[in-house]
Structures are given as structure tokens and as C-alpha cells.
Write a protein that binds this ligand. Structure first.
Ligand code: GLA
Length: 732
């Protein structure tokens, strides 16, 4: 078992293949955090803690006159509000008497074989070939009202440790959770950089790295979704850490709603990291005998730089977060109707579009927004999931049959959480929309949202979606959400439970997605929220791919997909070739480059094939063949970021290398062309140093390609790209 317990020193040591995590219940029963980092000797790391008389830092009562013992200074596993620790805390509870001061003490623990699961929430899972163990440490509050069960999942081969928390009320009165963070790590020493991913609609997950200074630096969302603005994935690294060297820690939240990621650099140069549900829109009532589960955080450590840290997440999320048939089955190359024809279609036009695409080798046709209710524009119809047969000129079944007759699969768009005021559903049930009595609701894209915290509302929508899905042969579903939450009020909850609405909304979303995946296990579901507004590890548990951004410009996508790659594998990134000039930027990019970028994702097209030149059509045919040829290498290979597109001089590159080093695909985009410019080289990664490789008919030893690099071809066209296949020569 990867969980060691020393009963004399009450020391817990968790080990993965390359990392180690340690806690200790000290003499007062305070659970100290003593180590997270490189794996080494199993030793009591609490020797690193310095005890000194700390002015203005309080001492717990049982420490009596021991003025050197203060929670304000000690590294703790789960610090609480009102304990004399004045740093950001992981837990704030309102007791029945209205007070919030809280102290926790060790009460026991148990270890379990296998990885824990969480009711109604996404969680990393183990498979037969992956060992996993669970540790549950129980702390009790010193006023004997509730237990805090800290859950640890230890996935040795994956080099991943997960955390979650269950708060169990064992008193005879209600308690109110005002803040429950899912993880907290205290670092005694070290100067750190914090890496975050900020953005906006049509420009998500820009990479930002900053040195921590004294004070608090945080990112988060109070939008009800994980958001375009900040991603629930943080990295903490040493100041010198690069792609290939140095220590770094990843913190990824498996949750799709409000979140807060906090880094606090304190008065003693210690660093605290917290990640969990944002406390702003959160107050959860736990009744006697009931429990609250905090969503999971997946943590990883690497001492070989950011690239290796990302690859830990890629592997874990591909195989131990995404579920079902599509984790290991090749996904079809699709054509989505949206950017090609928007709302302007009928059945005939769709079939024509599909026919043109089928001739090029496209395997799945997706009918996007506009097929239901009164939906001619984005101002009406949401909520009325009834096929507009008048617009289509046929039933959905007939349309789907025609698509299938072309040898293609058929997919369809939904926005289940959305509702327009101009819809039959809203006219019948205005109270089903999220809105506060007596206040006009905040509109966004001229729509509101349904109260997904309500089971009756979800059941209604689910049954209507099922009616549509059952009426035709449908292999793919795009689950969209086109606004942030606001006006949090649920008609079914009493006043003191309105603070639960945002979280219950997310639980409702997960509940419905779970039902959907169970009822349609073979259906490929793609998540989406105005592009990448809900691109998070929580959604990946239900939807193995997510539309990365509504910005389909290949050059913009370089940064978006680069930022996304830090925490998520390319197999999850919805990416399409769209037309030029690009709809969002007006930029022209060669079709080969658009494919280079889209192939580094789930790969599809989003344009009207009818408008393409014969030359481009024949290029598309060969692109699809090429994608199929490289599919395993791209989707399951090791991903390497070779440059940062925002700072790269002239060429930006990334690479996929087979895990056994037998081949690699180098993807290069020329960002700038300089006449009479300097040469450009790219050092190849992940090859076998002693093997010989063939590149474009020439042979090179692996170590030469990795140390000296490959001389890149000179670009002759703006934004030209190159896909360079590097193959090990067999038989040597
Ligand atoms: C969102 C999605 C797009 C498209 C439209 C349809 O913006 O991100 O891909 O589906 O909605 O309204």
C-alpha cells in the first residue's frame, strides 16, 4: 500500500512513483502538513518546522504557556477560520449559535484499497492496471458538532494525489458551511511562481506566470461556471523551473462552477495554496446526521519541469477521468454546421452540406443551433426542444437517415440549461428560470437560465431531450451553455438555503449528464460554453471533449491550445478548420496550417464545403487521411510544448512522441517570415538517444536530434506550417 502510518509519531506518508506527501497529527492533535514534493526517505519532515516566540500570533489554549506554538505559523493540512491562524483558511462554519470560530483535532483515520468515489461529483478513478489507495483522516471540531473527513486518493503509477473533504454534522442542530476548500498545502520555505490561465470569450486560457509577493494572489469565478475568465487549474513552481527542469506542483479542480484558487505568501515567507468552491455565492446548510462533500482536487508534482507535470495530467485525464467508449475509441472526424451556415438552413441544405463533406472523408455531420422551436436567431426558442419540422422540411429521423445514407454519423446541438423568455416553456413556467422575485433578471445573449438545482425542471428537460434523441439515430451531442449564472434564487428552497443554489445548479448539471451518459453510453458528448467557458476537469468526467473556443482563427488558437495544454490533453480539445478570412479575426491562414492546429485537438471542420475550391477540397481529403494515420500518436502520445507562441521569435512548435520513442510528429507554424533571416532549429523530445531516425529520407541519431535539433525548412508563405514525421529506423 502506498499509504504508510507510523502510530508512534502519528505520521502519514503517501507515496507515488516519484512524489511523496506527508502529514502528522502532532501532540495537540493538530494535523500538520509536513511535506509534498520529491519522493525520498520516509522520514519525519516536521523537523523542518522552526518554533520561536512569535509576537502577535496566538497560541491554542492547550499549549498553555508554550508561546512558540502558534497555528498562525504552523504548516497545516486543513486550517480553519477563527483558530488563531489569520491566513486564508480552508473552512468556515457557522455554528447553531451564530459563531464561526473553529478548531479541528485529529480523531482517527482509515485506509481503503482502491480509489474513493464521490456521490454526485466527478472523481479520478483507478482501472485494473492502476493501483490506487484511499486514506481518510477524520478531524473533529473541538466543540463536538461535526467531523471533517479528509479524503486522499493515492494513484502511484499516475503520480497523482487527489483530495476531497466530507463534512459530517453529528450534532442535533443545523450548521452552515460558509467556506469549504477542497485542498490546502502549506510550504514552509521556497520562493514560488504562480502560473494561471486567464481569458475572455473568444480568447480563453492565456498563460500567465508571476512571482509570488507578500500578500494574497487569487484567481476564481463567481459566474456559476468555471468560466472563460480563469481556469480552475493552477501551477506553483520554483522561480527557475522551465519546461524541462525544476520542481512544480499542479492543482486541478474537478468542478464546473464557482471556484477560488488562492496563493498566500505570508509574514514568515511561507506559502499557502488553497483551491475549492468560491465562498462568495456559497452557504450550505448541513442538517444533523447529513454530510456535505467538497469536489475533488487532483494534485501532481514533478521535479522535471512543466512539460512532465502536464503529461501527468494528460495521462490521468485521458484514461482515469474521461469515461466510456470514447476514451479508447477513435473519434470521428466531424463537420459542424455553425460557422458555415449559422441559423440559415433547412433539411435539404444540411444534407447537401453533409454530402459534400462525406465526399471528402468527413465521418460525422453535426447540426448545430437552430433546429428546434422558434429558433431563427439566438433570441428565442431555448427550452422548446421540439424539432422544427417545418424548417427542416422533414422529421429528424428522416434527416438522420439521409445523413446515414451518405455513410456518415449524425450529431445534434442542445443548450439544456438555457431558456428564452420568448419560448413556450417560459410562458408556461416563468418560475423555472433563475430569477429573483421582485427584481428584473440580468439577460445575457438575450436569454436566461433554467433552475437546474430543481429536479422537476431537470426531469422535464431530460425527458424532452430523450424524446428528440430517441426519434432518430444520433451518435453525437453538443452540450452548450451560452451565458454565466446570475439572479441566484430557487423557488423550492427556503430563505436560509438560497446560498446553495449555485452549487446545487452544478450538482443538477452533473446529475443530468450522468443520466444521459448512462442512457446513451455510446453517444459522443462534446461540452461547450460559448466556446471554452466551461473547459474544466469536472466536465471531462461526462464529456470527453470540450469545444475549446469560439475563436477558430488558427493563429489565435495557438495560444488558446497552448494554455489549455498545461492542464488538459489534446484529446479533450475541440478544434476545427474554419473558413478564411476567419470569421472572428478576418485573418487569412493557409488551409494546411488550419489543419495543423485543428489536428492537435479532436479535429473537424466548421465551414461550408460547397464554398471551397477544388484544390482545397483535395487538400482536405489528404488531411483527413493524414489525421487518421497519426491519430494514435496525437491522441495517446506524449505531448511536448517546444515554444511559447506568445514569445516565440519566428517559429512556434509542439510535438507528439510515442511513449516508446519509436516515432514523433513535430508541428511547426511560422509566425513571422524574415527575408535573409537566421536559421531555425527545433530540439526534438522523447526519442531514444541510441536509435537512428528517418526524417524526410535523411537519417539522424536520436541523441543528435534531441541535442542539436532539427534544421527547419524555411517558410515561403505567411503562417506556413510543417508537420514533420520522425520515425525510428527498424532493424538496428
Ligand atoms: C456557442 C457555441 C458555438 C455555437 C453557438 C450556437 O457560441 O460555442 O459553437 O454552437 O453557441 O448558438
Amino acid at each position: 500500500m502506498a499509504i504508510l502510518f507510523d502510530s508512534t509519531s502519528r505520521l502519514f506518508t503517501l507515496e507515488t512513483n516519484h512524489s511523496m506527501y506527508q502529514m502528522k497529527a502532532d501532540r495537540y492533535g493538530v494535523l500538520l502538513h509536513t511535506w509534498f514534493g520529491m519522493k525520498g526517505s520516509v522520514f519525519d519532515y516536521s523537523y523542518l518546522i522552526s518554533y520561536a516566540d512569535r509576537g502577535f500570533s496566538g497560541n491554542p489554549y492547550e499549549a498553555e504557556d508554550e508561546r512558540t506554538y502558534s497555528l498562525d505559523v504552523l504548516p497545516q493540512e486543513y486550517p480553519t477560520y477563527g483558530s488563531g491562524d489569520y491566513r486564508s483558511s480552508a473552512l468556515k462554519v457557522r455554528y447553531p449559535d451564530g459563531t464561526t470560530a473553529c478548531e479541528l483535532r485529529y480523531a482517527g483515520h482509515k485506509t481503503l484499497e482502491g480509489k474513493y468515489a464521490l456521490p454526485g461529483l466527478p472523481a479520478i478513478y483507478a482501472t485494473e492496471d492502476t493501483k490506487a489507495d484511499t486514506l481518510v483522516i477524520t478531524l473533529e471540531d473541538t466543540r463536538h458538532c461535526f467531523y471533517v473527513h479528509l479524503y486522499y486518493g493515492v494513484l502511484e503509477e499516475l503520480d497523482m494525489i487527489t483530495r476531497s473533504v466530507r463534512i459530517e454534522n453529528h450534532s442535533d442542530a443545523e450548521i452552515y458551511l460558509e467556506n469549504v476548500q477542497s485542498t490546502c498545502i502549506d510550504y514552509l520555505h521556497g520562493e514560488f511562481d504562480l502560473h494561471t490561465f486567464y481569458g475572455r470569450h473568444v480568447k480563453e486560457r492565456n498563460y500567465q506566470r508571476m512571482t509570488l509577493r507578500h500578500g494574497i494572489q487569487s484567481v476564481g469565478s463567481t459566474r456559476g461556471t468555471s468560466s472563460h475568465q480563469y481556469n480552475p487549474f493552477l501551477i506553483l513552481s520554483g522561480e527557475d523551473t522551465t519546461e524541462e527542469n525544476g520542481s512544480c506542483y499542479g492543482f486541478s479542480f474537478l468542478y464546473s462552477g464557482d471556484f477560488l484558487g488562492t496563493a498566500e505568501y505570508d509574514q514568515y515567507n511561507q506559502t499557502r495554496i488553497l483551491l475549492g468552491i468560491h465562498p462568495d455565492n456559497f452557504c450550505y446548510c448541513v442538517k444533523p446526521g447529513e454530510s456535505f462533500y467538497a469536489p475533488e482536487v487532483a494534485m501532481a508534482y514533478s521535479h522535471n519541469g512543466l512539460g512532465e507535470l502536464s503529461r501527468i495530467y494528460h495521462k490521468a485525464y485521458r484514461n482515469h477521468l474521461c469515461r466510456g467508449k470514447w476514451t479508447a475509441t477513435r473519434r470521428p472526424v466531424l463537420l459542424n454546421s455553425w460557422e458555415g451556415i449559422y441559423f440559415d438552413f433547412n433539411g435539404e441544405k444540411l444534407v447537401k452540406m453533409a454530402k459534400d463533406a462525406a465526399e471528402l472523408g468527413v465521418e460525422l455531420f453535426v447540426m448545430d443551433d437552430g433546429w428546434f422551436g422558434k429558433r431563427e436567431l439566438d433570441v428565442s426558442g431555448l427550452g422548446d426542444w421540439i424539432v422544427n419540422e417545418k424548417k427542416l422540411g422533414c422529421t429528424l429521423g428522416e434527416l438522420s437517415d439521409q445523413i446515414h445514407d451518405l455513410g456518415m454519423q449524425f450529431g445534434i446541438w442542445f443548450e439544456p440549461e438555457g431558456i428564452n423568455e420568448d419560448s413556450d416553456l417560459y410562458r408556461a413556467h416563468p418560475d423555472w428560470a433563475l430569477q429573483v422575485p421582485g427584481k428584473s433578471p440580468c439577460r445575457s445573449r438575450q436569454q436566461l437560465l433554467l433552475d437546474f438545482s430543481r429536479e422537476d425542471v431537470r426531469d422535464y428537460i431530460f425527458s424532452h431531450i430523450c424524446q428528440v434523441l430517441d426519434s432518430a439515430k444520433i451518435e453525437y451531442l453538443k452540450w452548450d451553455l451560452n451565458r454565466s449564472l446570475s439572479d441566484l434564487y430557487s423557488a423550492l428552497l427556503p430563505a436560509d438555503r438560497q446560498g446553495e443554489v449555485a452549487h446545487r445548479f452544478v450538482l443538477g448539471l452533473y446529475d443530468m449528464l450522468e443520466k444521459l451518459t448512462q442512457r446513451y453510453p455510446d453517444m459522443l458528448i462534446e461540452g461547450c460554453s460559448g466556446g471554452g467557458g466551461r473547459f474544466d476537469a469536472g466536465m471531462l468526467y461526462y464529456t470527453p471533449q470540450i469545444w475549446c473556443s469560439d475563436d477558430t482563427d488558427a493563429i489565435e488558437r495557438l495560444s488558446i491550445q497552448y494554455g489549455t495544454s498545461f492542464g488538459y490533453p489534446v484529446s479533450t480539445m475541440g478544434s476545427h478548420v474554419s473558413k478564411c478570412p476567419n470569421e472572428q479575426t478576418g485573418r487569412n491562414t493557409p488551409i494546411n496550417t488550419r489543419a495543423t492546429v485543428a489536428m492537435s485537438g479532436t479535429f473537424g471542420y466548421e465551414l461550408d464545403v460547397n464554398e471551397m475550391s477544388e484544390e482545397d477540397k483535395s487538400i482536405v481529403r489528404s488531411q483527413i487521411d493524414e489525421f487518421k494515420k497519426y491519430y494514435d500518436l496525437i491522441q495517446y502520445g506524449d505531448y511536448y510544448r517546444l515554444t511559447n507562441p506568445d514569445t516565440a521569435e519566428s517559429y512556434h512548435g509542439w510535438e507528439f512522441a510515442a511513449a516508446d520513442g519509436s516515432e514523433a510528429l513535430l508541428c511547426i507554424v511560422a509566425l513571422q517570415i524574415h527575408p535573409n533571416g537566421p536559421g531555425c532549429w527545433m530540439k526534438v523530445k522523447g526519442l531514444k538517444p541510441d536509435s537512428i531516425y528517418t526524417v524526410d529520407g535523411k537519417e539522424y541519431p536520436g541523441d543528435v536530434l534531441m541535442n542539436g535539433g532539427l534544421l527547419l525548412p524555411a517558410a515561403t508563405e505567411e503562417y506556413e506550417s510543417f508537420r514533420i514525421h520522425i520515425v525510428e529506423k527498424m532493424g538496428i
